[in-house]
Design a protein around this ligand. Structure first.
Ligand SMILES: NC(=O)c1ccc[n+]([C@@H]2O[C@H](COP(=O)([O-])OP(=O)(O)OC[C@H]3O[C@@H](n4cnc5c(N)ncnc54)[C@H](OP(=O)(O)O)[C@@H]3O)[C@@H](O)[C@H]2O)c1
Length: 305
């Protein structure tokens, strides 16, 4: 799995195909999508255009997607995976993740897609599907060649350890929120011990959440003195420092940008090394601030409690 990929959450639908095509042209090979992002068809169009024009072959790309919460029942996992594969026009995902360890009532995609968090009545409807059932259905995707690897997202240590008790295929990857305000060292060290690769999302901390009014008033990491001074030392941008702080410790990143220049800048965030002292000073900004917390949508799904 490449250490730097392109995140598809909030990539504008109308320009998504062009953005993905241009990202491939710029050198991106990993795309991090999800049923919930509502732009998989457009992302797939961009990918197919790049393949048709000979920019890349399918096997050069690493395509990740995620199973949404309303499709955790055994009978829905494969149907949705196949629907998502059809959006991309591909035969199998390189990685398919359980987006959240939260099971919500099924919503027929013909009725609403993506279904998001709420029912038609504006309320969250829970469903009693244990993760074991979902994980075993995910394993069937591997057996049938629909996913090369499967993994978890937004999961904590106790849940990962439980999955390992019954897994035929252990999670290959854990994708978690990870930035200097939420460093999650114990979870990352558990994954290392268990040989589970880690992808960090929302590497720029509050930046992605500003447009959703979910920035919690936190000081912007891209403007934080510690980050800007390290950036100056290395003649890099603050964004590149935040990405390198993760990748240098073996944590993959999937920054998102709707802007061609920033997108290229994010991919060019390797090729230099931070000192141990710089890594430590960035890590010391940790305040355990979590921007993506379902418990704030409904206390019954407070998975990080
Ligand atoms: N598993 C999960 O539950 C989960 C949750 C959240 C995210 N993710 C994945 O992680 C990906 C990345 O996370 P994210 O989208 O939350 O946020 P992010 O990549 O941390 O930040 C994106 C924000 O930063 C801006 N930006 C991007 N590059 C920049 C640069 N070089 N300089 C300055 N600003 C820059 C973007 O604006 P512009 O677009 O205008 O450049 C956007 O506002 C997502 O797209 C998704 O694939 C997964």
């Amino acid at each position: 799995m490449p250490l730097i990929g392109f995140g598809l959450w909030k990539v504008t639908k109308s320009t998504c195909a062009d953005t993905v095509y241009n990202a491939i042209k710029a050198g991106y090979r990993l795309f991090d999508g999800a049923g919930d992002y509502g732009n998989e068809k457009e992302a797939g169009d961009g990918i197919q255009r790049a393949i048709k024009e000979g920019l890349v072959k399918r096997e050069d790309l690493f395509i990740t997607s995620k199973l949404w919460n309303t499709f955790h029942a055994r009978e829905h996992v494969k149907v949705l995976a196949k629907k998502q594969l059809a959006f991309y026009g591909i035969e199998s995902f390189d990685l398919f993740l359980v987006h959240f360890p939260i099971s919500l009532a099924y919503v027929d995609p013909a009725h609403r897609y993506p279904p998001e968090w709420f029912g038609d009545d504006g309320k969250v409807h829970l469903q009693n599907t244990p993760l074991q059932e979902t994980w075993q259905a995910m394993e069937e995707l591997v057996d049938e060649g629909l996913a090369k690897n499967i993994g978890l997202s937004n999961s904590q240590g106790s849940l990962i350890l439980d999955v390992l008790r019954y897994a035929k295929y252990p999670p290959a990857v854990l994708q978690i929120e990870h930035h200097p305000y939420l460093t999650q060292e114990p979870l990352i060290s558990l994954c290392k011990t268990l040989d589970i690769a880690v992808t960090g999302y929302s590497s720029f901390g509050p930046q992605s959440f500003l447009e959703l009014n979910m920035g919690r008033g936190a000081q912007l990491l891209l403007e934080h003195d510690v980050i800007t001074s390290v950036a100056k030392t290395h003649n890099k941008t603050p964004a590149q420092i935040l990405l390198r702080w993760a990748t240098q410790r073996g944590i993959a990143v999937v920054p998102k940008s709707n802007n061609a220049e920033r997108l290229a800048q994010n991919l060019a965030s390797d090729g230099f090394d931070l000192s141990e002292a710089e890594i430590k000073s960035i890590s010391s900004l940790n305040q355990n601030i979590r921007f993506n917390n379902p418990g704030e949508i409904d206390p019954r799904i407070a998975i990080f409690a």
